[in-house]
Design a protein around this ligand. Structure first.
Ligand code: PMP
Length: 286
């Protein structure tokens, strides 16, 4: 069965799912998106993803042309049409067609696109052994320029850092902010375990406020693990007992080496394993 893609209320076969080359999404990366997971046919934390989508839209002066209810229904229909129970859902809202100039006011027809597919997770081996990452020289976008809290369709900042990571043989790379503090990875948030506490950079470090990040913070607090959202340096990462990343696609994945330094004993740690179990149980129930 050909994969069906939702565009503005209609389901198209994958091959026929097209957007104009005059869409400012293509011309300028002008648009917003969400990357979500479905478990047992239901999108995990859909409300939070839609909150973030609507916040991103407001921040870039983009009016989403359909209601939240219609969006929820469209996501549901797209998943059902593709028979996907456990998968990935990509939601885009582009600025729409305009001229070759920058003027967003000339774009009258924002496009809503929903793509869903089976999930391409990292190989199981990465979860068992943990990732090795490097620090990219590309800094995360300055929050006063393009705030990382906006999940914009312009991902070049992250892509440049990802290329650096891949060139060093790493599937993820750590990004620092303009102050030289730890921000996040190219497509995942970062956590450390130190002295029985969970540490993660705060929102004002210039990060995307990950939905998975918040779920993990809540799970840790419920499990009696203190969570601190504080500014972190690379030194904090190097001397941490454990390190892991979170994201809708990756879920929780251990990191065992950063910039050639082993983290803790160089193996995925017990707190990471515990939180990963709690997370797996939660999504299985959802
Ligand atoms: N940071 C960045 C830059 C991301 O792109 C993502 C995921 N797309 C995340 C963090 C993780 O966010 P979430 O848990 O909402 O998927």
């Amino acid at each position: 069965m050909a994969l069906k893609v939702h565009i503005n209320g209609t389901l198209f076969d994958k091959e026929d799912a097209r957007i104009s080359v005059f869409d400012h999404g293509l011309l300028y990366g002008d648009g917003i998106f969400e990357g979500m997971r479905s478990y047992n046919g239901k999108v995990f934390r859909l409300d939070q993803h839609l909150d973030r989508l609507w916040d991103s839209a407001k921040s870039i002066w983009l009016e989403i042309p359909i209601s939240r209810e219609a969006m929820t229904q469209a996501v549901d229909e797209t998943l059902k049409a593709n028979g996907i129970q456990n998968g990935y859902v990509r939601l885009l809202v582009t600025r729409g067609c305009g001229t070759l100039g920058l003027d967003a006011h000339l774009c009258k027809d924002p496009q809503v696109v929903i793509i869903t597919d089976h999930i391409a997770l990292y190989p199981e081996e990465f979860y068992q052994k943990g990732l090795e990452i490097i620090t990219a020289s590309t800094l995360r976008n300055h929050p006063a320029a393009l705030n990382p809290r906006i999940k914009s369709m312009n991902y070049l900042n992250n892509i440049l850092a990802k290329i650096e990571g891949m060139q060093a043989g790493c599937v993820e790379a750590l990004m620092l902010n303009h102050k030289g503090e730890v921000a996040e990875c190219t497509g995942d948030n970062l956590f450390l375990v130190s002295k029985g506490r969970l540490l993660t950079p705060p929102t004002d470090a210039g990060i995307l406020e990950g939905i998975t990040r918040q779920v993990v913070i809540d799970l840790a607090e419920e499990a009696g693990i203190p969570v601190l959202q504080i500014a972190l340096t690379r030194h904090d990462v190097y001397v941490a007992e454990e390190c892991f990343l979170t994201g809708s696609a990756a879920e929780l994945i251990p990191v065992v080496k950063v910039d050639s330094r082993a983290i803790g004993d160089g193996k995925p740690g017990p707190v990471t394993a515990r939180l990963r179990d709690l997370f797996r149980n939660l999504v299985r129930q959802s």
